[in-house]
Design a protein around this ligand. Structure first.
Ligand SMILES: [Zn+2]
Length: 467
């Protein structure tokens, strides 16, 4: 379910859905072609989680065959639109919507569709509104997070928040560089969620972001999933990947970027509950729900979802769903508060430290597990009291096992995970060889910009030739 190429993060299909201005109030004839026939189904959901999941499941089943393509096509001539959000320009490309005479023709794996200009306008309006809504949601959450991160950093440096803010703006000597820039403590701005390019089109996944490039891809089926959930969840996930102050190379090599991009998306009140129980990126969220809140997702999922082998169909056990619905909602709320008020402020105020912890523990989510353990007591043995009783009675044995496990982690350090090896692999994409990297490292003390440019000389010459 997870595909990680060096710096490519995808959401793969599992079962998921958004919708901004075109939310529930939008009349059917004001919806774009890919949502139109789902308006009535959405209306029937009426805030009921079970109905919502049934609708999402049917929508994905119905659209699956026409939603993915491994082969690309020529996209020249696809319609584009550039707008400004928070004073920053963003270019939307609507892949395979091509202007032909007095209409727009949409080319998809399931055929050609002719749209009037007015009908295409609905596509543009829908996608741009969904994106704007996603930016607002992401920005609102991170505005609060900003404050908590800065307060933490101030505390670590025994300063007041005001003193820290002044210090961060101060220049370091005569350098022209501020302390904030030097320490890479940059307040997250709304603009950071505005990417350079947004591509709407058929891809191999629902959404896709290339880290460090501010470029997002988003598919029509993801739009349908988002529409039925009534929140642009998949876009929010991609926006976290695309924000260089939250995820960038090389920092993102030292934590699980998929889990951290899923927090805001999955813990959103509108995100459907079965996604919480089954999405591949959320294994450690489910681990935490089990250990600290006694929710065994695996067992619950097996109770709710009955797979009928004889007909290859799924049947939902509605009574089982109702039994766990309220509990899952409560846990989502609690996790949301812990993650955004405690865990992420701590993680982002001392990212290098937590990257080292993750590396030492050989677990990209060690930061999350440690902080959850510091915030909550385990409850998985039939409640808090009985679990803590067992923990206290067995504390010597637990310590002994922990020490043994810790010693084990010292063995077999995988060289491939070393940062320098990863950077060398990454640099190779840009035509810089490992030998060149080694030579830079050897001369590290006196490397100049001129020397770096020299390394790129061949590359630059090739580019010039192409022009
Ligand atoms: Zn992702």
């Amino acid at each position: 379910m997870k595909s990680l190429k060096i710096f490519l993060f995808m959401i793969f299909v599992a079962a998921f859905y958004s919708a901004p201005v075109f939310g529930s109030q939008t009349p059917e004839n004001n919806l774009p072609h890919y949502l139109k026939e789902w308006a009535k189904s959405k209306k029937n959901i009426r805030g009921d989680e079970l109905e919502k999941w049934k609708t999402i499941s049917r929508a994905l089943f119905t659209t699956d065959n026409c939603s993915f393509s491994k082969s690309g096509t020529v996209i020249n001539g696809s319609e584009t639109e550039t707008i400004k959000i928070a004073d920053k320009e963003i270019r939307f490309t609507f892949h395979n919507y091509v202007r032909e005479e007095n209409k727009i023709v949409y080319y998809s794996p399931c055929g050609k569709l002719e749209l009037s200009f007015a009908e295409f306008k609905l596509v543009k309006k829908d996608i741009i509104s969904a994106y704007q809504e996603a930016v607002e949601i992401a920005w609102q959450t991170h505005q609060d997070l900003n404050r908590l991160i800065l307060d933490k950093i101030a505390g670590l440096n025994q300063m007041t928040s005001e003193e820290l803010e002044r210090k961060l703006k101060e220049k370091v000597g005569e350098s022209g560089v501020t302390y904030g820039e030097l320490a890479q403590i940059n307040e997250i701005q709304k603009q950071d969620f505005v990417v350079n390019e947004f591509h709407f089109g058929i891809i191999e996944a629902w959404g896709l972001t290339w880290l460090n490039t501010k470029r997002i891809l988003y598919s029509p089926q993801a739009r349908l999933y988002d529409y039925l959930n009534d929140a642009p969840l998949v876009i929010i996930h991609e926006l976290i990947h695309a924000n260089p102050k939250l995820q960038k190379i090389p920092a993102a090599w030292h934590f699980d970027a998929e889990l951290s991009a899923s927090f805001l998306e999955t813990l959103n009140k509108k995100s459907d509950l079965l996604t919480f129980l089954r999405h591949g990126y959320l294994n450690d969220i489910r681990w935490a729900s089990h250990v600290f809140f006694g929710l065994d997702s695996e067992k619950i999922y097996d109770k709710i979802i009955k797979f009928r082998w004889s007909t290859n169909q799924i049947e939902l056990d509605e009574a089982a769903f109702r039994e766990f619905e309220a509990k899952i909602k409560l846990i989502k709320e609690e996790l949301n508060s812990a993650i955004f008020n405690v865990i992420l402020p701590e993680f982002y105020s001392n990212q290098l430290y937590w990257a080292s912890v993750n590396k030492r523990f050989k677990d990209d989510n060690a930061y999350f597990k440690i902080m959850m353990s510091l915030t909550y007591d385990p409850t998985l043995l039939s409640g808090h009291h009985s679990t803590m009783k067992w923990v206290n009675e067995n504390s010597d044995k637990i310590k002994e096992l922990a020490e043994e496990a810790w010693k084990e982690t010292e063995k077999d350090d995988d060289e491939k995970n070393e940062l320098v090896v990863k950077i060398a692999d990454f640099a190779e994409i840009f035509g810089i060889t490992k030998e060149q990297i080694k030579s830079i490292a050897e001369r590290y003390q006196r490397i100049s910009v001129k020397e770096i440019k020299k390394l790129f000389q061949d590359q630059i010459a090739k580019e010039e030739e192409k022009k």
